[in-house]
Design a protein around this ligand. Sequence first.
Ligand code: HEC
Length: 208
Amino acid sequence: MKNVVRKICFVLALAALGLFFVKDCQAQMYDYERMSSAFVNMLDAATNYLADNFEVINTNKAKVGEPLPKGELYSYKGINPEGFASMVGKEFAKKTGITIKFVSQGKDKLGPRSGYNKPDKWEAEQLKKFTKIQYPKGVGYGEVELVSDYNMVYRYIYPLYIEHKCLQCHGDPKRSPTGDGKDITGFPMENFKLGELSGAISLTFPIE
Ligand code: HEC
C-alpha cells in the first residue's frame, strides 16, 4: 500500500513539474512575442513617419507639420522609408543580435526591390498565409524554429499593406512622377493596389 502511495506521489510530482515547464515555456514564448511585436511596431512607426514626410524632406524650405511651400525646388535626397528602416535594422542587429528586415515577393514579374529583402522559405510560407482571405488583417505571427541541434531562434513576421501614402512609389506605373514607370527613388513601380499585401517585417530572435 505504501509503495502504491509513493508511486502515485511520484507521478503527481512529475506531472506538476511538467506542467511548470510547459507554463514557463508558454510564458517565455509570450515574452518573445510581445517584444517582437513591440520592435516591429517601432520600426513600422519610424518608416511611416518618413513616408508621411517624404515630400517635406525633398522640398526646399518645407517644414514638418506645415503645408508644402508652392513653387519651391524639389529634389530627391536619397532617403526612402524602407531604405532608412533597413539601415536602422542593420545597426540594431549589430548591437543586439536580433535581425529585423523587410521581406517581399514583389509583384508579378517584379521581384523585391532589394535582393536583401528576398524572403527565405519560412518567410515565403508566412507571406502566402497572409494573403489568404481567412487570415485576420494586421496580425503578426511567431514561432520557434530549430536551426540546428543546439540552436533555436524565435521568428516573428508582421504583414504590411499598401496605404494611400505608399502608392506614390509602389502604385500604378502610369502615374510615375518621372513618366518612365519609375518612382522618385528610381525603382520600377509595382502596381500594388490600396490594401494589398506588399510584404512584411521579419524578425529573428536568438534564444539563449
Ligand atoms: C518614397 C518612396 C516610397 C514610399 C512612399 C514607400 N516606399 Fe516602400 N520602398 C521604397 C524603396 C526605394 C524600397 C527599397 C528599399 C531598399 O533599398 O531596401 C522600398 C521597399 C519596400 C518593401 C520591401 C520589399 C522590397 O521590394 O524591397 C516593402 C515591404 C515596402 N517598401 C512597403 C511599403 C509600404 C507598405 C509603404 C507605405 C506605408 C511604402 N513602402 C512606402 C520606396 C517607398
